[in-house]
Design a binder for this molecule. Structure first.
Ligand code: ADP
Ligand code: MG
Length: 467
């Protein structure tokens, strides 16, 4: 039977654990002071009223403009917070110069899908979100953000934009499942690979300015923040220049263990060895997303294989400069489909590392979950591919492998529709984690020892020297 009503999320987490109140300790100070958002709704209503039509017409023109290839240097060029008023305005203007073009490219790509696909209510919702977000930005074009009042209102628009697109993944997943008769799996993969990578970049640009705003405004108005923000001396916007992966792993491990306990009544253990005190410059939200997804897979396999007494072993190895080849060193043999450069999407919307010599880190997650069936292995990077079916729980064998497309698939998606509060089921964990890892030139490689367990190598290139 289909269960289309989303189950109540057991945990309020959204896509990025950083937004959760529980992990406030490592959320950038950016998200501590929502005070300025009182007029966001007013502004949005106004903007969408006046510019819906304008947005329609502007898309082809904007989509013809080339995408600015974002570099990490772009993200930190305005300096360390607190920014001067002039630097903050420059950051806002730079952000405004990028976003409408990026959104228009996405809208154009959605329009290029077969009409019957864009007509699907879920895909249409995503399309409308983009159209709406573009319409909130268009009134800002052709004027200069020249004072801090403008900047505050512009930041409200950005915050609303980020919020609007938060739940995109489960909605798109459901939409493409419903359309699987009308579009080939290859076309879906091509679209999602490009779309989700572009989404990473767009959110990063918007979130970077929001973060710079909040870490700078108390500087102009000491009374601005009613609740004092904790100091984050290591942050430049959303980048943590001294991110300690072991801390992220422990936080995300606790969260995934909670889900496991709810789902299976068991709490798997993990140990961290290697060099747990390694730090590097990276975007914490991205690492949190990846680690959460990889731990979910490892924990689930461990429990379903009846090996919950065996701790998952996580090794952290710092990588000196120059030792992480492009694409994280995931050799083409160990990858099941070609690297993204070959798929032709990688160069289009990824950030070039600031410094090719940037030190990085490799994290190996080793579980005793029985490995991956050779029949399943070729499919694990496909969007919507999962061996998870709710009926298997508890004590499932994970034997109903397939594209979430069987009779029960929509029910499974519903259960997973909160995105990150179910142990598995969306089939987006691996491909999307890889997109995040590759964004800064890293990668993910999976090694399965069938009958025994799985090793997942996450290689991340740090962001390089930051003054
Ligand atoms: P989901 O977890 O929602 O099924 P993923 O993309 O995270 O989607 O993983 C796809 C499939 O890859 C899983 O359903 C599972 O069959 C397999 N898999 C991934 N990681 C592991 C692991 N550590 N051990 C065993 N199987 C795994
Ligand atoms: Mg998963």
């Amino acid at each position: 039977p289909l269960r289309l009503t989303p189950r109540k999320a057991t945990n309020q987490r959204t896509l990025f654990p950083a937004y959760s109140p529980r992990s406030a300790s490592f959320a950038p100070s950016a998200y501590c002071a929502p005070r300025h958002f009182s007029t966001a709704r007013q502004l949005r209503d106004l903007a969408s009223h006046h510019s819906r039509h304008q947005a329609q017409d502007e898309v082809p023109r904007l989509a013809k403009k080339p995408l600015h290839l974002l570099s990490l240097a772009d993200l930190i060029k305005h300096g360390r917070p607190p920014l001067s008023a002039e630097a903050l305005l420059a950051s806002a203007r730079f952000t405004l110069s990028l976003l409408p073009i990026r959104l228009a490219h996405r809208i154009q790509a959605l329009r290029n899908l077969p009409y019957i696909v864009v007509s699907n209510p879920n895909i249409r919702k995503i399309y409308n979100n983009y159209q709406h977000s573009l319409s909130t930005l268009l009134p800002w074009q052709g004027r200069t953000i020249s004072n801090l009042d403008d900047e505050i209102r512009f930041t409200e628009v950005l915050a609303e934009l980020v919020q609007t697109h938060t739940d995109t993944i489960p909605i798109l997943a459901r939409g493409f499942l419903e359309c699987r008769k009308y579009i080939s799996a290859t076309e879906v993969t091509r679209f999602l690979d490009e779309h989700l990578r572009a989404r990473i970049g767009t959110r990063l640009v918007a979130e970077q300015h929001i973060a710079l705003h909040f870490s700078s405004t108390p500087h102009f108005d000491p009374g601005a923040s009613p609740t004092p923000c904790p100091e984050h001396p290591n942050y430049i916007g959303v980048i943590n220049t001294a991110l300690r992966p072991a801390t992220t792993i422990d936080t995300c491990g606790g969260f995934v263990a909670d889900i496991c306990e709810l789902q299976y009544g068991v709490r798997p253990q993990w140990v961290i060895n290697g060099s747990p005190d390694t730090t590097f410059a990276f975007v914490p939200m991205h690492l949190e997303y990846i680690v959460t997804e990889l731990l979910k897979n490892a924990f689930r396999a461990t429990v379903e294989n009846g090996m919950s007494r065996e701790p998952i072993a996580i090794t952290i190895a710092p990588q000196p400069p120059d030792t992480i080849p492009h694409n994280g060193g995931a050799s083409t043999e160990s990858r099941l489909d070609p690297p993204n450069e070959e798929r032709g999407v990688f160069g289009k919307d990824s950030i070039a590392p600031l410094d090719d010599n940037a030190p990085g880190v490799t994290i190996r997650i080793r579980d005793r979950g029985g490995g991956i069936n050779p029949d399943v292995l070729p499919h694990i990077w496909g969007y919507s591919f999962t061996t998870f079916a709710e009926d298997d729980v508890p004590g499932g064998t994970g034997s109903n492998s397939g594209w979430s497309g069987g009779d029960d698939a929509l029910g499974v998606i519903s259960a997973a529709s909160s995105g990150s509060s179910s142990i598995a089921g969306l089939g987006y964990g691996l491909p999307l984690s890889r997109a995040y890892a590759e964004y800064f030139g890293g990668g993910i490689a999976v090694q399965s020892l069938y009958g025994w367990g799985t090793d997942v190598y996450l290689r991340l290139k740090g962001i390089g020297k930051i003054e």
